[in-house]
Design a protein around this ligand. Structure first.
Ligand SMILES: *Cc1c(COP(=O)(O)O)cnc(C)c1O
Length: 393
């Protein structure tokens, strides 16, 4: 292909870092054994690689190796956490607290449980996207068996106050789960300091391969109980059966190691690119930042633009830059983003939004080019829409 748009959709996925691919490669061909084969060298080699990766991953989040359960990604980890706790704590209560702006991989398991008779509280957020601790505290009941609040939002990048929420939950002895798919490798995560009982992770948002993730499950006191959701050969201490996938696991650990090692400089670089983009877009006027200006992922910028049609805007940009609207899908009948609506944005502004996900391989030149094309596209659309013949009756 001669020309491909600039990739600026790093909340959707990221490319595999060449250093990650290099670490993975031998485990497809040479060291291809099944980590569960404990009678011969092929199995031992694969098992040793899984063990090293598990230890490394655990260490980066201040957990123990046996607290890591490998899954196919964050969706599966969220399902295991939410449905697993619901089943294990069934006798203690049937009330779960989560937040309106969660990813569908949290909201959908919750809705499923609602159909089974569980009661779910979907907490609203403030205009800046953050949960109010007071309303969370007020929502906790004697029959609350789980609180699930994401670490970093996949649309607006806001970082929820995990440590404070964890403390509230621990005081009440309620298990606390976080979906950290967007946060892993981007901000420091410490399951002890944050009082986390369950944490969902995925590799492909942090320059690792798709199809691999993990759930951290607290085994130290107070230990969290969990019912497995996939039954079979008893891998992962019975928590998640199925043959482990050494190349993906090695790549996952390598990706997280790199991200953590480079975090201090990379976070600063991304934040300055983000700031540059926001500043360069200012001549447009009537553009609004979605989400808290500081308490957000360094590479995230999400804006709503007055006076343009959201779909026309994406169509106008897509040959130059690959990004998303705040809404997951941009067909005319799609619902506007539930996250932006929860912030109190009008339907029109929720449609007319852009989510920039700046990542490891973006440069200043990318940012300059993107600012230029967004400005010219928005100006052209605004001009067309203010022409009387284009007005709706
Ligand atoms: C991407 C994402 C998921 C889903 O992760 P997969 O590994 O693709 O299943 C879940 N939650 C959040 C917040 C995400 O950004």
């Amino acid at each position: 292909m001669l020309h491909r748009p600039i990739y600026l959709d790093c909340h959707a996925t990221t490319p595999v870092d060449p250093r990650v691919l290099e670490a993975m490669t031998p485990y497809f061909t040479e060291y291809f054994g099944n980590p569960g084969s404990n009678l011969h060298q092929y199995g031992w080699e694969a098992e040793a690689a899984v063990k090293r990766s598990r230890e490394s991953l655990a260490q980066t989040i201040n957990a123990e190796p046996e607290e890591i359960v490998f899954t196919s990604g964050a969706t599966e980890a969220n399902n295991l956490a939410i449905k697993g706790v619901a089943e294990a704590y069934f006798d203690r209560g049937r009330h779960i607290v989560t937040v309106q702006t969660e990813h569908s991989a949290v909201l959908d398991p919750c809705r499923y449980l609602e159909n089974l008779g569980f009661e779910i509280t979907y907490l609203p957020v403030q205009a800046n996207g953050l949960v109010k601790l007071d309303s969370l505290k007020a929502a906790l009941r004697d029959d609350t068996i789980l609180v699930s609040v994401m670490a970093a939002n996949n649309e607006i990048g806001v970082l929820q106050p995990l440590a404070a929420i964890g403390q509230l939950c621990h005081e009440r002895q309620i298990p606390f789960h976080t979906d950290a798919a967007q946060a892993l490798g981007k901000i420091p995560l410490d399951v002890q300091a944050m009082n986390l009982d369950l944490m969902s992770m995925t590799a492909h948002k942090v320059y690792g391969p798709k199809g691999i993730g993990a759930l951290y499950v607290r085994r130290r006191q107070p230990r969290v109980q969990l019912a497995p959701q996939i039954h079979g050969g008893g891998q992962e201490r019975g928590m998640r059966s199925g043959t482990l996938y050494p190349p993906q696991i090695v790549g996952f650990a390598k990706a997280v190691e790199l991200a953590i090692a480079e975090m201090p400089t990379e976070a600063e670089r991304l934040a300055s690119l983000r700031e540059r983009l926001w500043q360069q877009l200012q001549p447009l006027s009537q553009i609004y930042l979605n989400g808290h200006p500081q308490q957000r992922l360094p590479g995230n910028l999400n804006i709503s633009i007055e006076g343009v049609d959201g779909q026309a805007l994406l169509l106008g940009l897509r040959s130059i830059v690959a990004l998303s609207s705040g809404a997951a899908c941009s067909t005319p009948k799609a619902e506007p983003s539930h996250v932006l609506r929860a912030l109190g944005r009008s339907e029109a502004l929720a449609y007319a939004s852009l989510r920039f996900g700046i990542g490891r391989f973006n440069t200043i030149a990318d940012i300059e080019r993107i600012a230029e094309v967004v400005i010219s596209t928005v100006n052209a659309l605004r001009k067309a829409q203010s022409t009387p013949s284009f007005k709706w009756p």
